[in-house]
Design a protein around this ligand. Structure first.
Ligand code: ADP
Ligand code: MG
Length: 502
């Protein structure tokens, strides 16, 4: 997937009538889908076919009870059927990705902006404050490495209002954006299920998706630019390696290009990591060209001060960091909220009004909770209509956001103190539910009203002033039962899915 012309949807009358036809065809397809979902015998049969197909495609995860062993594995959780997605929405998200890559990169290069954006947050949020301290340390020492590698995922939902569909960004993950590997195995699973269900035409409409190739291409480029043949790409991983198979798919892509990878935890880096006189990073006696962080985005990932020291050592090293500390901070929810303020996108794209428009079109309402009149207004608005909003702390990984009545409880406690600055408020995106059947090991089959999210993977490599690669390298579709407000596959709410474009 590359960039391309901006094809913003729903502009002309001719286009609108075409869309109406597409929507009618889509409603008919939904009718057929709902008939299928009523046929319990068929659904049970298809579920078994789906599980076999998933296992045969290598669409697998380790078991919760044995996360550090592949002796026993199971199919990754999936929907039985792909979910319809308007083509225009899909293309819009795909095409804006290269601009989000540029935006994240520009933010990471703007210490004054990061300082101003995070000033309030770091006074009350210890985790962000610790990350910010590392960022300041690196700035003071001076950045050694001019190679920048960004692998991110921008997540969206889409809403329908007054006959118009609009794409809305949930967040951009600039750190450990996961599930790209496993997503590549998904199209064949759904193609197979649909064929068995006699839906040949739909089966042929499932498009290919191969994020690991693009992710590995960017990692390989950074490795090559680093310029040492014996150096390795180090995956910085968790103690609990339940997601290892997703990462292995990327590792295997690197191996195809004869690039060696190692897997290390913060503890391993503490125990056997060091910098030589030129600040080259060695772990377990191997020179590290690229540190690919798949762990380190939650406070609990840093079990002791030693883990923080290891992070600082890696950040101060000559190794390419994916992401580096400033790119990590660029992905915070506070930065997301500041970006939505008037004039901020213009600051980053001063001569590109079209880019500003394209990026801004994906923003949902985002509101500050900083002390002062604006923050007071946010509090009043949230307390008056909590169901319209999501309250977000500066955390990643699912299960941290606050919804509905709980917003009143949490904000009620912190509304007059600086503690409220640890949060941002966001409009709740209201996607249209679809019906599907969710498959998860050990759980009874359940036909549910579902909500879906699409994430697009961005990959870029810059050396000094030269952007050498800037691509959208694939997507991730996740679907959850609409009874859950929060999402996330790892957190157990969502399952993997494919878009069926219409
Ligand atoms: P995390 O960093 O924990 O992944 P996110 O901001 O991505 O935090 O939110 C987690 C999940 O909560 C999303 O995947 C989505 O399902 C739901 N969610 C988050 N923001 C919104 C929103 N503005 N409207 C509706 N649902 C949301
Ligand atoms: Mg998220």
């Amino acid at each position: 997937m590359g960039g391309g012309k901006n094809r913003m949807a729903f502009s002309t009358g001719k286009k609108e009538s075409k869309i109406k036809v597409q929507q009618t065809v889509q409603r008919m397809a939904e009718g057929r889908r709902n008939d299928l979902l009523m046929n319990t015998t068929l659904i049970n049969e298809l579920a078994e076919v789906a599980k076999d197909s998933a296992v045969m495609q290598g669409f697998l995860v380790r078991l919760k009870e044995s996360p550090n062993s592949s002796e026993e594995v199971t199919y990754a959780p999936i929907t039985l059927f792909p979910t319809p997605v308007p083509k225009a929405i899909f293309l819009q998200a795909m095409e804006v990705q290269i601009h989000f890559n540029m935006l994240v990169d520009k933010i990471s290069q703007d210490p004054d902006f990061l300082q101003a954006a995070l000033a309030s947050t770091i006074t009350v949020d210890d985790f962000t404050a610790k990350l910010f301290k590392i960022h300041q340390h690196v700035l003071k020492e001076g950045r050694l490495q001019s190679i920048v590698l960004g692998l991110n995922r921008s997540d969206y939902m889409w809403e329908q209002k007054d006959g118009h569909t609009s794409l809305k960004q949930i967040e951009i993950n600039t750190f450990a954006a996961a599930a790209g590997g496993v997503a590549a195995r998904m199209p064949d699973v759904h193609r197979h299920i649909l064929k068995v269900a006699g839906q040949l035409e739909e089966s042929q409409r499932i498009i290919d998706n191969n994020p690991p190739v693009g992710l590995a291409k960017a990692l390989a480029k950074a490795w090559k630019l680093y310029g040492s043949r014996q150096a390795v790409v180090m995956f910085l991983v968790e103690e609990n390696q339940i997601n290892i198979l997703d990462q292995r798919i990327v590792e295997n892509e690197l191996l195809k290009g004869n690039i060696a990878t190692i897997r290390m935890r913060f503890e391993d880096v503490s125990a056997s990591g060091n910098l030589d006189k030129d600040k080259r990073l060695f772990v377990d006696c191997q020179e590290v060209a690229v540190v690919y962080f798949r762990n380190g985005y939650m406070p609990r990932h840093y079990k002791s001060e030693k883990a923080w020291d290891a992070r600082l050592m890696m950040e101060c090293s000559l190794a390419v960091k994916c992401p580096d500390i400033s790119t990590h901070l660029a992905g915070t929810k506070k930065v997301q909220q500041v970006l939505a303020k008037p004039g901020v996108l213009e600051h980053f794209f001063p001569d590109q009004p079209q880019v500003v428009e394209q990026v801004r079109a994906t923003f949902a309402g985002l509101y500050t909770l900083d002390m002062g009149a604006e923050g007071d207004e946010t509090v009043a608005m949230a307390l008056a209509t909590p169901d319209r909003f999501v309250l977000k702390p500066q955390r990643e990984g699912g299960g941290n956001n606050i919804y509905g009545q709980e917003i009143c409880e949490v904000l009620g406690k912190v509304k007059s103190s600086a503690e409220r600055m640890a949060y941002i408020l966001m409009d709740k995106i209201q996607p249209v539910p679809t019906r599907n059947c969710l498959l998860r090991r050990g759980k009874p089959l359940k036909i549910s009203s579902c909500l879906s999210e699409l994430g697009f993977f961005g990959a870029y490599v810059r050396q000094g002033k030269d952007m050498l690669m800037n691509d959208c390298v694939g997507y991730l579709m996740r679907t959850k039962s609409s009874e859950y407000l929060d999402g996330g596959v790892a957190s157990g709410y969502a399952v993997l899915d494919n878009p069926l474009l219409f």
